[in-house]
Every structure is written in C-alpha cells, then in structure tokens.
Design a protein around this ligand. Structure first.
Ligand code: CP
Ligand code: NVA
Length: 303
C-alpha cells in the first residue's frame, strides 16, 4: 500500500536501526530524568487497541506519548465496533485516517498483519500470541545498561516457548547473541523459527545443564493470557522449570535475571531470584517507557 514502516516483529527494523533505537532509548531516559522537556509528537495521536489485559504496555505507551507531547487513546473491544465484528481492514482504514499511529495487543498475529496492510500509518505490535517485540526493546536496553553490548553473549530462556520466547529467537538474530531454550516437551517455540536460526538457537531440556555459563536468564509465566483454562496441566508440566537459585548459580557470576512481568513467585521464578541481586526486572519494566519512546520517535519523527 505505502512505504509506511511498521513494528510487528523485531525483523521489521534492521540490526543497525535496533541499535539506534536502543541508544536513543538510553538518551531519552537520561533526558527525562534530568527534566528536559522534549515534545516532537505535539498534536500526534496513538490509537491503542487492547484485546488483552495490560499494565506496563498501557502505562508506557500512554505516558510515553504524553511525555513526547502527543496523546494516546485507549480503545477496548467492549466499547468499539471492532468487538462487534467490524472487519479489521475497515477499522484499519478508518483509524489510520485520523490517528498518527496504531498500537495493538491481540490474539492472532495475522490480525495485526491485516491491520498493518490496510493502515496508512505505522502499526506497533504490543503483543500477540506469537510475538512481543516491544518487550525485547526494553530487555535489550536493560542488558546494555547493566552489562554493555549483548553481542556474542549467551542467553537462556526457561519455560514456555510462546510469544516472548519467539521474540527472543528474533532478538538472537538481530542483536547477535546465542540463545538456549529450556522448555518441557510440547511447549517449543515456532518450529520454522528454530529451523531458520539453528546456527544460534538450541533446545537444552534440562535447565540446570542449559544454565551453565550463560550471561542472562529469562523466563515468563507458565500460563499466558488465553491459557488460563490449562493452568492445572501447565503447573504440572512446568514443575521442573522454575528459575531458582540453583539454576542461577550455574550461570556466569555476573549473569542477570529478567522477566517481562507480571510474575508468579513460586511458579516460574522463586521469590529469592525475583527479588535477588541478579534480578533487573524493575529496570526492565521501566525501560518499556524509554525504549518505546525511542520507537515512537523512530516511526513518527522525520530526522
Ligand atoms: N510485560 C508486559 O507486557 O506487561 P503488561 O501485560 O502489563 O503490559
Ligand atoms: N506470555 C505472556 C506475556 C505477558 C506480558 C502472555 O502472553 O500473557
């Protein structure tokens, strides 16, 4: 349709562009903390479609738009015609005729692709069943702030091979690191992605073995949004995959722990690790704001 740039997965930006966004996120964070007012998005509106719950994503996009001088609009399926079956192609045309960008959190990734196809303004994926690329912008910025470049490092994903794990596979390729995935059988990430990146991504079932010498350990909930009915089965299937102190001790001594949150202490992570010295989860959550401001600037401001 047009040359509009979208952010549906990390592959929509080149590695160099992702580095640019990362460093800009660090700059925007410093500016905000020292009280600099920077409002390049004055009179611009971000339409935010949420078909799943959110705390961090809504806060960070809405506050980020305000800090950049713009405005964010919360759209829920309960209160819009999207929830009553208006085709996404039609919604895309209408919303993009008024808003300057669209953010969407939903179930099917194909729905976001259709939205982007028919939108005349940038579309940002704020989580689908398959990917959560905005979280990776924050995670990569957080690693960089604490340990410098992630290039050449080894990351361990423990748990469900779902949206966050798929985005870590993309991140391994785009930020140039090695990724180990420790998941129970039946909970593997998208097979085609594993195949495409088999030079740098491998599955090691035993998390204690997989953690040896890694620089970062990441996990996520065992039952994601939409999986609540499988909770009891999943609690059994994932029982051996809690990131605890024993797993952290296999990693490099300066290894970090991350979790996109919300977390369940005593399930995917022990309280000791979650609240321990290697955990950077609060910086990671805050960096959603700074990293996404950099993304919004990248997509919306001509430089
Ligand atoms: N990590 C994350 O996306 O959090 P929310 O679901 O609260 O937005
Ligand atoms: N995998 C989780 C991430 C939440 C931010 C979910 O999809 O619910």
């Amino acid at each position: 349709m047009s040359q509009t740039r979208h952010f549906l997965t990390l592959k929509d930006l080149s590695p160099a562009e992702l580095q640019q966004v990362l460093h800009r996120g660090i700059e925007l964070k410093a500016m905000q903390k020292s009280g600099v007012v920077y409002e390049p998005l004055i009179h611009k509106t971000l339409a935010m479609i949420f078909e799943k719950s959110s705390t961090r994503t809504r806060l960070s996009f809405e506050i980020g738009m305000t800090q950049l001088g713009g405005h964010a609009l919360f759209l829920s399926p309960n209160d819009t015609q999207i929830g009553r079956g208006e085709p996404i192609e039609d919604s895309a045309r209408v919303i993009s005729s008024m808003a300057d960008a669209i953010m969407i959190r939903t179930y099917e990734h194909d729905m976001v692709k259709s939205l982007a196809q028919y939108s005349s303004v940038p579309v940002i994926n704020a989580l689908t069943n398959d990917y959560h690329p905005c979280q990776l912008l924050a995670d990569m910025q957080t690693f960089h702030e604490h340990r410098g470049s992630i290039q050449g490092k080894t990351v361990l994903w423990v748990g469900d091979g779902y949206n966050m794990c798929n985005s870590y596979i993309n991140a391994a390729a785009q930020y140039d690191f090695k990724l180990r995935i420790s998941c129970p059988e039946g909970y593997e990430p998208i097979a085609a992605m594993m195949e495409q990146h088999k030079d740098r991504v491998e599955i090691i079932r035993n998390p204690l073995e997989a953690a040896k010498g890694v620089d970062l350990i990441v996990t996520d909930v065992w039952y994601s949004m939409g999986h609540e009915e499988e909770m009891r089965k999943r609690l059994r299937d994932f029982a051996d995959y809690q990131v605890d102190q024993e797993i952290m001790e296999q990693a490099n001594p300066d290894a970090l722990f991350m979790h996109c949150l919300p977390a369940h202490r005593g399930e995917e992570v022990s309280a000791e690790v979650m609240d321990g010295p290697q955990s950077v989860v609060w910086d990671e959550a805050e960096n959603r704001l700074h990293a996404q401001k950099a993304l919004l600037e990248f997509l919306l401001v001509k430089r």
